[in-house]
Every structure is written in C-alpha cells, then in structure tokens.
Design a protein around this ligand. Structure first.
Ligand code: GLC
Length: 471
C-alpha cells in the first residue's frame, strides 16, 4: 500500500470516529450507548434511540479502544429496563425480555430512560434478538476486560438467567429452534420470516454458548443442564435441516411427501415444487453451500440471509466444511451477494405476488430495496469476521475496499438499493451510526485479527467453557 493511500484511509477513519463521538448518548453524565443516527437534522421517528442490535459494533469498537466503561454502563442500564416479574398481561413485556431500543428523556425535570419493547414501534413488532445480542455483548465485555466479577454479580446473573428462562421456556413447540413472529430481528418489518428464521437461530446458538460460560462461573447447574440439553440438538438440527448444497438439493429434489413416523427423510413434508430447484441447481457452485432462511411445516425458505449465515460461521454453528463452502459461495456469487456494496441483507428479493403477499405491499420493502434484497453496509464487519475466522481474509479486503470507496462520499447511508447495490437507499438515513461503526470495526479486525476472539466461538466443547472462568 502506498503512503498516500494509507493517509487517505486514516482521514476517513478519523472523520468516522468524530461522527461516532457525536452519536454517544449520556445518562446522568455517563455515556451509555450510541443513537442510531449521528446527524439529527434528519426526520427522526425513533432514530434518536439507542437500539440494542445497532449498539453491537459500537460496543466491540469501544472494547477495542479500551473504552469499556461505555459498554459496562450500557449493560447495567439496559439490565434495569428488563422486566423482572411476569404480570401475565397483554401489552406488557414479559419477564426477561430486553427492549428493542431506549432513549434518554426528561421526566419531571429529571433524566429517565424510556424503553420500547415493541409497544410503540411501527407495526408493534417485538425484538427477540435484543436479549440474545445483550448476552453476546456481555460475553465480549468479559473477554475484552477480563472483568468476570461483573458477570458474576447477582443482578447480572439474574439477567442472564431470565433471558435463558424466556428462551428455554415450556411452549407449544418441540423443535430445538426458537419459534418467533415476523419482525423479530434486524429485519423488523413483515417479510415472510415468521417461524424459525435463521438469524434468530444463529444468535440463539451464540447466546446459549455465551450464557453457558457465564453461568458455569457462578455455578448455576440447573440452567447449565438446561442449556446442555438444547445446544447439541439445536446445532445438529441447523447443520442438517437448514443446509443446502448441490448434494443436499439432490436429496430434497427427490423427497417423498406425506411420510408418517419417526425415521422419515422429509420430516417437514417439503413439497419440492415450492422451492426454486431449477434456479438453485444453476446458482449453487460445486463447492458452495449455505443455510436456508427458514424451515417449518411444508416450508423451506431458500432465500440466502447474510446475517444468519455469517453469525453461524462466527459462532461455529456450521461445521468447518460448511463454513468454507459458505465462503466459497460468497466468492463465486459475488455479484449477487455483494455487488458494489457489501452486502445484501438477503437474496434474491421477493418480487410480484410474492412481494405483495409476504410484505403486505410494504412500499419501503419494494424488490431490491431496504430489507427486501437491499445492501446493508453494517454487514461489512460481520462478513469480515466470518472471512477471518475461515482464513479467507482476501474476501474481507475486497469488500472493505468497495465500501471505503463510497461510504463517506455518500454520507454513510443506512442501506443501498438495486440488484447490485449501486443506488443509495430510497429512504435511507444518512450518517447512520452502525454503517460507520461497521466500517471502522471491519478495519480494526483486519488490522488486529486477535479482536475476533471477542465475538467468535470455537466448536462446542465442555472443557473449554470451564476454563473460561479462570479468565
Ligand atoms: C432499521 C433496521 C433495524 C435497525 C433500525 C435502527 O430500519 O431494520 O434493524 O435496528 O432501523 O437503525
């Protein structure tokens, strides 16, 4: 790299850091999070909130920079927002839930935090991913600071336990995966992902892994056993039923249907005509594969969802072989999955009747826009982490170069539109915090691969988890 190029990069990064500083929100004098846009001149709606999921790249960056106090304050304050009792009332969040977002307000002359669990959000969607991300952030905080005593404190242990109880509760379902409504994760509008969406399952697996380590240290045997009962079943279920490559497509293509009994092959009674097998057979490279978007009764959603697939790699939910195949797919289907802006949130977009039926004619989710096949620069850090984990750093370098050339020039948009990601998102906010932090974090990961350790998990191994307590 020439010195010139290096200094250009440094300028972009310095500027980006300036913007991030402007997004930090303070409560009673202490920094407790980052709000979702840095420039509040724009129409705000709830973009002046600190979203739990949006804070993830901020948290990792602060940990890398040694500003762990912000992350700790965030964990402490959000924990206070988590309901500790079950009122068994509708419209009231259940015990253990974490809000989608919160905001600092002034009430009777005093500062207070106002949370949104979905009771105010557009379409009243409840975030399931918040409590999973919260545990992942806590685990990263402990790894980065070695402050295991914080996680051992009774109120923090209680917070983890309540989330676990919520996730592992008795319910009308026997699958090891989590059954959730539409809009429960980053895609928080209707997009036909209700049921068992991959994003939630990948985060669930990572959160179980993190919670297990944090609970073992405090000796919570009952919950650890409950997690142990779930973890391997969840992992094997995803590795088997969600995986799609040419070999598996051949099996699915010849599925028999209406099979009854324990040992049947087509357990979910998938009708092959419901999946685009002809297109898939051309699209799938010889050595490529990915995890499907969703599996349910007679439903196999073959759309590719980036966040769920990449987190599966980072969390070792996929096998080493599957992770490599996934990176092969990204490399060989670059134009579809990355295009000119890393990276598509899902592929392909829903079009025509499918768009109308699945989105409810949502004008924001038109084909190749926003959640429906739009490109989200925040995914850059997750792509970089997955690329590093699999030893495929060239993929990350290529992606970062693409983003770097356009993001600042376009004032850090929330998302891009179009089949190749060449259009700035129709209703995209500018100076979006997680676009900026996603870019900065990707750069940090590239420079110092050891930071990947904050967020990544090795293959599930009982012994290793115990060693975590001596951190
Ligand atoms: C977006 C995203 C959501 C994000 C929020 C705030 O529309 O869909 O995942 O948390 O806005 O940035």
């Amino acid at each position: 790299m020439t010195p010139d190029r290096m200094s250009i990069k440094t300028t972009i990064e310095t500027e980006a850091w300036e913007l991030i500083r402007g997004s930090i929100t303070y409560y009673k004098g202490d920094p407790i999070g980052t709000i979702s846009i840095c420039d509040q001149q724009q129409e705000v709606l709830n973009y002046d909130h600190c979203f739990i999921r949006d804070f993830v790249p901020s948290a990792l960056l602060f940990l890398i920079q040694g500003q762990s106090n912000i992350v700790r304050n965030f964990l402490e304050e959000t924990l206070k927002l988590q309901p500790k009792t079950n009122l068994f009332k509708a419209y009231i969040p259940s015990r253990g839930l974490m809000p989608a977002s919160f905001k600092v307000i002034t009430k009777n002359g005093k500062e207070a935090l106002e949370a949104d669990f979905g009771e105010q959000s557009i379409a009243r969607v409840t975030s399931v991913d918040s409590c999973l991300w919260w545990i992942i952030i806590l685990h990263a905080y402990v790894k980065a600071t070695k402050d295991i005593r914080f996680a051992m404190r009774p109120h923090v242990q209680e917070g983890i336990a309540l989330i676990m109880e919520l996730c592992l509760a008795a319910r009308f379902d026997m699958n090891p995966t989590l059954l959730v409504p539409d809009g429960a994760c980053m895609i928080f509008r209707r997009l036909g992902i209700y049921g068992y969406p991959l994003e939630i399952q990948s985060l669930f697996y990572a959160a179980l892994r993190a919670a297990r380590k944090l609970l073992i240290c405090a000796g919570d045997e009952e919950l650890v056993t409950a997690i142990d009962n779930r973890l391997p079943l969840l992992r094997d279920h995803i590795r088997h039923h969600y995986w799609i490559d040419i070999k598996r497509l051949n099996v699915i293509y010849r599925f028999k249907s209406e099979e009854y009994g324990q040992n049947v092959e087509n357990q979910f009674n998938i009708y092959v005509d419901s999946i685009p097998y002809a297109d898939l057979s051309v699209w799938l490279p010889k050595h490529g594969g990915y995890l499907a978007g969703n599996i349910g009764p007679s439903q196999l959603d073959t759309r590719f969802f980036s966040l769920g697939n990449l987190i599966a790699v980072i969390g070792s939910l996929t096998t080493e072989k599957q992770s490599q195949a996934l990176m092969n797919l990204i490399e060989e289907r670059w134009d579809d999955l990355v295009g000119v802006m890393p990276m598509k949130i899902c592929f392909p977009a829903l079009e025509k009747e499918e768009y109308e039926i699945f989105t409810g004619c949502d004008p924001k989710n038109l084909p190749w826009s926003y959640h429906n096949g739009g490109s989200w620069p925040v995914l850059l850090w997750i792509l970089t982490a997955a690329a590093q984990k699999t030893g495929r750093t060239d993929i990350a370098e290529r992606a970062i170069e693409l983003a770097e050339a356009r993001l600042r020039q376009h004032e850090w948009p929330e998302y891009y539109d179009g089949a190749s990601g060449s259009l700035i998102g129709k209703e995209a906010r500018r100076y979006t915090t997680w676009t900026i932090t996603g870019f900065l974090l990707a750069k940090e990961f590239l420079r110092n691969p050891e930071y990947l350790d904050f967020i990544s998990f090795d293959e599930f191994d009982l012994e290793n988890d115990v060693r975590f307590c001596d951190i």
